[in-house]
Design a protein around this ligand. Structure first.
Ligand code: SF4
Ligand code: SF4
Length: 350
């Protein structure tokens, strides 16, 4: 108990430290405009939440991988896991909202002991798009996960998986040795039950994010390259590629600072700022629920411990009237969502 309290305190201190980095330095010196100043230029401040369309639930930070860019700081030693009671509170909300998409994330969500129960219950609610963010390697990591492709199929889950590149070197550099081969094996298992095949309704999408301090290039042209590379080299198929910008938070922010790339990266994000992406940033129609049930405007704010600006702070207090129209909590990391074609958990926003 004391150990976990200390851990929580050190996480809060880390979020505070990261927020200070994002608020001070180049932004405090006025070298770059703050995100608030930037969006005010086009009268888009304050950012307002619209009707809830996507409920994104983080069922725990435990993961079988420790990727260098991970914004959740997930790994095998993380013990934060959503309980069945909190899952039930989420289900109660899903039944009452008009949200069309449910998005389960982690860590590796499959490692939550109640994951399968939750998927079974949630799939009965009749949500239109039920996403599970699977890191692929979990499918091959242990015999007990080998039936996941069949399980996903049974519940008509839309599988969205990270795949930094269609070559081994670039993938293993970002996600760890052996990840590429395990991911290819998992993709073949998903293809074998119908996921990702051209005429199939079993959706399999991949997520690309850059392996260093640079922005993703055009999503459509990368998708073409990925499709060609994976099909020709490995006979693997998938539907869409989502290109995501790495936000300067968590492990990636630490990497930027350690590699002395932080300022250059922020300059690049600000230079690539696209005012038309602002109206489509995902926090305007999404709500993020943390493993312990607290509500955030997005997964990134969750990691920075920036709770929603509303009296309804927990999934058990969910109240559409209080949450719709709330002012979204922003900071300089938000530049990651408005660079170029914009970025969200579903890829480009333009
Ligand atoms: S697989 Fe995903 S959640 Fe796990 S460490 Fe990698 S980026 Fe983080
Ligand atoms: S980081 Fe979160 S709050 Fe900021 S613009 Fe992106 S989705 Fe919205």
């Amino acid at each position: 108990m004391i150990k976990s309290l200390h851990k929580r305190e050190s996480e809060l201190a880390n979020s505070k430290r990261q927020l200070e980095i994002l608020s001070n330095g180049i932004f405090q010196k006025g070298a770059l405009p703050t995100f608030k100043e930037k969006i005010s230029e086009t009268n888009q401040f304050p950012l307002k939440a619209k009707k809830l369309e996507i409920l994104q639930i983080n069922v725990g930070y435990m993961c079988n991988q420790v990727c260098s860019h991970c914004h959740v700081d997930a790994g095998p030693d993380r013990k934060e896991i959503m309980t069945r009671e909190t899952m039930q509170q989420c289900l109660d909300v899903i039944k009452t909202t008009g949200a069309h998409t449910l998005d389960l994330t982690g860590g590796a969500p499959e490692m939550n002991p109640d994951f399968r129960w939750f998927v079974e219950e949630a799939s009965k609610v009749g949500i239109k798009d039920f996403i599970v963010r699977s890191n692929l390697t979990i499918i091959t990591a242990n015999k007990k996960y080998h039936d996941l492709p069949e399980f996903f199929k049974k519940h008509n889950v839309h599988v969205v998986s990270s795949m930094p590149h269609w070559t081994k070197g670039k993938t293993d550099k970002q996600r760890g040795d052996g990840v590429f081969n395990a991911s290819i094996e998992a993709l073949k298992m998903l293809n074998a039950v119908g996921y990702g095949m051209p005429e199939s309704n079993l959706r399999l999408d991949l997520v690309y994010n850059p392996s260093g301090a640079f922005l993703p290039s055009n999503q459509k042209s990368m998708e073409k390259d990925f499709k060609k590379g994976l099909l020709e080299e490995f006979n693997v198929q998938f539907h869409n590629l989502f290109a995501i910008t790495n936000l300067p938070i968590s492990r990636f922010l630490d990497y930027l600072i350690a590699s002395e790339n932080y300022e250059d990266y922020m300059y690049n994000l600000v230079e690539a700022y696209n005012p038309s992406a602002v109206k489509n940033v995902m926090c305007t129609n999404t709500l993020s629920v943390s493993w312990n049930g607290f509500l955030y405007d997005c997964d990134f704010n969750q990691m920075l411990e920036l709770p929603v600006n509303s009296k309804a702070k927990h999934i058990s207090d969910y109240n559409e009237d209080l949450l719709e129209g709330r002012n979204i909590v922003i900071s300089q990391h938000c530049y990651g969502c408005t660079a170029g074609a914009g970025s969200s958990c579903q890829g480009s926003v333009i």
